[in-house]
Design a protein. Structure first.
Length: 446
């Protein structure tokens, strides 16, 4: 897209996308034609060593055209939204489709339907620019300077117009906006960390999260080494989300049908503690729900694990059709809850604990055995020993080998669901949880 006189053009509107998609569809000779829009305006402010090192905005709009002739399909895309460029893109997609092999899993576009209208873009985020992000970055830096602690992190904001149209009348379009904050602080060899994501840039709670990261780093000094082994643990929300993200990614229906899934044969059976329930809650104001999926299907509320029992799988359209599934559930806004009275806060949960390892976060989580979902990873940004209701010391980081399907079989205490954001999980609502057993296989040396 071209920038005129130094000013960004507005995001592509619904009417403009309808015009562009009709320009393609009316000229297409294919059996099926799909047009996808992604017009993305993003800004990033980075800081390190307590100073801003980058404050940039970037804009990229793309229009992708997919056509199909009797199961042979091809896709071409362009960043030029002029009529001539779009017609050239359609012609390229048709040439690709005609020389492609037949795809046995190809399906025609989904039927048109009514899509939920959600507040997926907040005005303050859509209007945020370098000045607003710089203000929030400097707020975090200022707190760290006062504590003589080094800070590095990111404040970002984005606004996106997303649309899907097809020759059968399918049409969906919405604005999506989000803002993110991530901070790592260092006090000697100890680090503290915090992260946030929200539809509103004004709900990132910069001060609260910065002070929490600072407190973690200061408390993490002078860590001592405990032997590896099985310990009771208190997993803060980011640590819980890191493990549950892999559980969620493993709910793939295709691998379930093939028998390679860790859940093979367990649909309708208990897989975790009976008090745990996982839902998709796209209308929750603190989650990043959307109106439709990348396939042009409506996003909806759904229950995936009900009181520990597996109720849903994640289907692509081909697998859903093959298995006779008519309504495909979505899970872009996951919320995990525990039935029963929660602790009022993480501090109250700690006070009720006799002895446990408190884990702030896990990082570099990877699968070891996909068949039983055994994972490995390391603790990070604050690992502490809790004894008789108090944090008594920082301890050296552990590597773990554990399956969430085993770890979350039994819970001893929990809080209400809280925001959890990591670089690998996106955003979830999960409780802090106390578990009776967790396997730390070795002590890390860094």
């Amino acid at each position: 897209m071209t920038v005129l006189n130094g000013a960004w053009p507005k995001l592509t509107t619904s009417d403009e996308f309808r015009f562009l998609s009709e320009l393609v569809i009316t000229r297409s000779s294919a059996d099926h034609t799909i047009v996808r829009l992604r017009d993305h305006h993003a800004g990033t402010t980075r800081f390190a060593n307590n100073q801003v090192i980058q404050n940039v905005d970037a804009r990229r709009g793309s229009l992708a055209v997919t056509v199909a002739f009797e199961g042979r399909h091809g896709t071409a895309a362009t960043t030029d939204f002029t009529a001539g460029a779009i017609q050239d893109t359609l012609a390229r997609a048709e040439r690709i489709a005609r020389i492609s092999p037949v795809d046995p899993e190809y399906l025609a576009p989904p039927d048109p339907c009514l899509f939920p209208v959600r507040e997926t873009a907040k005005p303050e985020t859509m209007a945020a620019g370098p000045a607003k992000r710089l203000e929030y970055a400097n707020e975090a830096i200022g707190h760290c300077r006062m504590e003589n602690i080094m800070a590095a992190g990111v404040v970002s904001s984005s606004a996106t117009a997303v649309g899907i149209a097809a020759g059968n009348g399918l049409f969906c379009y919405e604005h999506r906006g989000d803002a993110r904050f991530s901070l790592t602080v260092q006090a000697g060899d100890a680090t503290g960390w915090s992260a946030a994501a929200h539809r509103s840039i004004d709900h990132l709670r910069i001060q609260e999260r910065t002070l929490a990261a600072i407190a973690k780093s200061k408390r993490g000094r002078d860590a001592y080494e405990l032997p590896s082994g099985r310990y009771a643990v208190i997993l803060e929300p980011a640590a819980v989300a890191g493990l549950w993200a892999w559980l969620i990614w493993s709910l793939d229906a295709k691998s379930y049908v093939k028998g390679t899934s860790p859940f093979a044969g367990k649909l309708g059976q208990a897989i975790v503690d009976e008090r745990l329930t996982l839902r998709n809650v796209p209308d929750h104001t603190d989650l990043l729900g959307e109106g439709f999926t990348h396939e042009g299907l409506p996003s909806s509320s759904s229950e995936w694990i009900d009181h520990g029992t597996l109720k849903q799988l994640a289907y692509d359209r081909f697998t859903a059709k093959a298995q006779g599934v008519k309504t495909i559930p979505t899970l872009e806004a996951p919320a995990l809850a525990v039935e029963g009275p929660p602790a009022h806060s993480i501090q109250d949960l700690i006070k009720s604990t006799e002895r446990a390892i408190l884990v702030t976060n896990f990082w570099y989580i990877r699968p070891v055995n996909p068949r039983d979902l055994t994972l490995t990873g390391m603790t990070r940004d604050g690992t502490f020993l809790v004894e008789k209701g108090e944090i008594v010391s920082a301890i050296r980081n552990f590597r773990f080998h554990e399956s969430p399907l085993q770890a979350f079989r039994h819970l001893t205490a929990w809080t209400a669901p809280m925001e959890a954001v990591t670089s690998e999980t996106g955003k979830m609502l999960v409780p802090t949880m106390a578990l009776p057993h967790f396997h730390f296989s070795s002590v890390t040396r860094f």
